[in-house]
Design a protein around this ligand. Sequence first.
Ligand code: SF4
Length: 522
Amino acid sequence: MSETTLHTSERLKIIGYEPPDESDWLTGLHPMDGLLRGERLPHIWCQGCGLGTALTTFISALQWLEKNRNWDLDKVSVVSGIGCTGRVAGYLRLDSFHTTHGRAIPFATGLKLANPDLKVVVISGDGDIAGIGGNHFIHAARRNLAITCICVNNFNYGMTGGQVGPTTPHKARAVTTQYGNYEYPFNLPYLAAAGGASFVARWTVLHARRLSWTLREAMEHPGFSFVEIIAPCSTAYARWNPEGRGLDPQRLRRRGLEVMKHFQKVGKIGKNIHPKDATIEVDETGLITKIVEGKFLDNPSPDLRAAIDQQAKVAEKRWLAEKKALDERPMLPSRKGPVSRTEVQLGGFGGQGIMSAGKIIGQAAAIYDKLEACFTQSYGPEARGGAAGSQVVISSDPIHHPHLLEPASAIIMSQAAYEKYVPQLASGGTLLIDDSLVSICGDHRTDIKIFGIPATRIAEELGNSRAANSVMLGFWTAIVGAVRKKAMRQSLAESVPPKTVDVNLKAFDVGYEKGTEAKAAV
Ligand code: SF4
């Protein structure tokens, strides 16, 4: 039997039409009272505004899902931002959140990630979603976050008086563009689809039934679903534009209706339309001449949560392998005796391994000497060749302050680092320099001990100039002695690329030997 031969009641059943319950007439309740906060009514929206229709279509979609899909509406949460549409959250008898301007999507993101079973719906205006919160919108789409985002587009910032917004049509008037909007608006379906949304649709409030069906589908969609609702703003927008017949105060109440009639005239429902062709066209006066409507995209794909879970499995596998390797690495017998807090400053330029050297010291102290250690680092603005510094704090007691207060020793491998860090060295401290790169100034400090080693030259002679930091580490270990030699060698061996382990250990040993001689000579 074809659809056209069906009885009206059967046709209504197919489209999901729910006749009002007779008890509503007896009790005087509105069929939507269950989902409306009556105590918050009357609402603040202007006469003729499209928001009432947007809200009731949303409620009817929820009621249908509750009845036909057994949805538990206690597991539905609505998030709004600021603006006329933002009020929706407050009128719904659901767990709803009226958040800050433009931040409905970040709020919804947290809500969804922390409560994966919750159905989270963002309902906000075009200024909120595409203007102030535009960045959040494209990133939620890109992540295919499993929320439904409903943007009620009234073409302007209505609540604040009708300023031009990101969806105001070109040449249309707004309170801040009295001679016509010189900017071009977003095509929101195209923006959402280009961002990565997997469900994209647009309807005007005039197509309430289709809109309600689409909202059902959008809310059942597993990924990021986006529905744009074009709604007349009878007050702030329609007063300046031909759709609402301008400023005539006598027509105030009728503006919304006139805009709806206009939408009926210019609305073009399309099938299989690419989102980029979901245009809203205007004429020379900014009058809307065409609104393409319909469902433009419905492409279920793994949502953010599924992607996280999938990657978490990979990460867990790798972490277990790394943990096994860590658990199985050879350990040293415990170090005897306490070590009072000592601070080490390392300085040089990018590419010398200043960060790696600091990390090797910290790791040797924490893992092999079983002390407390804290490592921090700082970079200059340049990627390579710029200033580089790292700091290590070592102690057998807990370290409550990770930054250096009075470094007792410094490993310095550039003249700039010498100028920068040596003044901070504690009186009586130990300065170790790569004297193939650093010269001691005439007015150098006389209250510190200074030891020099041509680390870069030694490393070059060993065949790898990048092992100069290992020479300095051996030199520092012999002279300062804050970490055991074996601990440093083990930490070094596991920190450098496998094929350079030998040359780095050789460099360390040469530095250690020179450090032992230098110390003995004092
Ligand atoms: S300002 Fe416009 S969008 Fe806001 S409530 Fe009034 S008519 Fe609706």
